[in-house]
Design a protein around this ligand. Structure first.
Ligand code: ATP
Ligand code: MG
Ligand code: FE
Length: 338
């Protein structure tokens, strides 16, 4: 099968053609980061307009690069949610028009299912498995008993990891998106600031990062009030250590509790060097198989949407032309065969 996939949930416009849910024939990504940088974050209205500007040409280009003639496509897939409603709508309108014109089925796809199934673009997944999803808008532990079945066993109660990284980075004086700057600084730092860990209830798989973020802001303010210069690298390292310790510990605990065979790390923060290293080291010690997609498939891209949509194609679960954008689409409800 050949799926043409479209992703416009946030600030990346992306179109891809994926064969059999695994093989990427084309994957064009246009990042709007340079545009949003000036505002210190993603401006929804601006994001929508940028998607409109590039989507048509990208559709054409992605099909051309794939070498597949449009009538050979099996379906047109598009991110239905979660994401920014205006941004999602641009992709959905484009996908609907194309599906209608080519007389192909439409597949509404879950963005986080995409982040998880990005793993399948490089390797088959064994079930049951646990996915640790760490991105700009999500921090979740997902149990998959079998293919395409998602059960949320933990989630953040406030900020997502990526969001916390970006907010802390901003306070430390770095541009948007600041995650990679904090990551780099944490590695160079000689000292580490002592910052709290948020474990929540002893058996909880939920996360909370807003307290840690506040603690960083307090350290900065107090240092400045004393007329001293804050040790920025030490704060970055302390912050990163706190985040990583909690993520790793809860992911390992979820693996033990469920007896899952693999741990998948996915989402944009999976690019974090400290997290990759700490998780790899710990999984090695515990005898756990860890899977992390290559960098290009960690951040937003349409190939991962094609990989997730393949599950729906196999089950013949298509969306009507009346499909709406769902900014709060539930991952569990998106499970195949439900
Ligand atoms: P969602 O997938 O939840 O809708 P999103 O698509 O905006 O959110 P992604 O594109 O998956 O999020 O990830 C972007 C986030 O990843 C940003 O917050 C960015 O700072 C963070 N990030 C990227 N690289 C790193 C890194 N090396 N260390 C920490 N964070 C990082
Ligand atoms: Mg993005
Ligand atoms: Fe994403």
């Amino acid at each position: 099968s050949y799926i043409l996939a479209v992703e416009t949930s946030c600030d990346e416009t992306s179109v891809s053609v994926v064969k059999n849910g695994r093989e990427v024939l084309s994957n064009l990504i246009f990042s709007q980061i340079e545009t949003h940088k000036a505002f210190g974050g993603v401006v929804p209205e601006v994001a929508s307009r940028k998607h409109v500007e590039s989507i048509t040409l990208m559709l054409q280009e992605a099909v051309e690069q794939s070498g597949i003639s449009p009538d050979k496509l099996s379906a047109v897939a598009v991110t239905q949610g979660p994401g920014l409603v205006g941004a999602l709508l641009v992709g959905i309108m484009a996908a609907k028009s194309l599906a209608f014109a080519l007389d192909k089925p439409l597949i509404g796809t879950h963005h986080i299912a995409g982040h998880i199934y990005a793993n399948r673009l490089v390797q088959e997944i064994s079930y049951p498995c646990i996915a640790l999803v760490v991105s700009g808008g999500h921090t979740e532990l997902v149990l998959m008993e079998s293919e395409g079945k998602f059960r949320l066993i933990g989630r953040t109660r406030d900020d997502a990891v990526g969001e916390a990284y970006d907010k802390v980075a901003r306070a430390l004086g770095f541009p948007y998106p600041g995650g990679p700057y904090v990551d780099r600084l944490a590695h160079e730092a000689e000292n580490s600031a002592d910052l709290p860990r948020s474990w929540l209830e002893p058996d909880s798989f939920d996360f909370s990062f807003s307290g840690l973020k506040s603690a960083v802001l307090n350290v900065l303010n107090q240092t400045k009030m004393r007329g001293e210069t804050p040790d920025i690298p030490a704060i970055a390292r302390g912050f990163q250590e706190s985040v990583i310790e909690v993520l790793v510990e809860k992911a390992i605990r979820a693996m033990r509790m469920t007896g899952a065979s693999e741990l998948l790390l996915c989402g944009g923060v999976a690019a974090n060097r400290g997290l990759r290293e700490a998780l790899a080291e710990r999984c090695d010690r515990e005898g756990i198989t860890l899977r992390i997609p290559p960098f290009a498939y960690c951040t937003d891209n349409a190939a991962m949407i094609g990989a997730a949509a393949f599950l729906k194609l196999q089950h013949g679960e298509f969306a009507p032309q009346t499909m709406k954008a769902e900014p709060g689409l539930s991952l569990e409800e998106w499970s195949v065969g439900s």
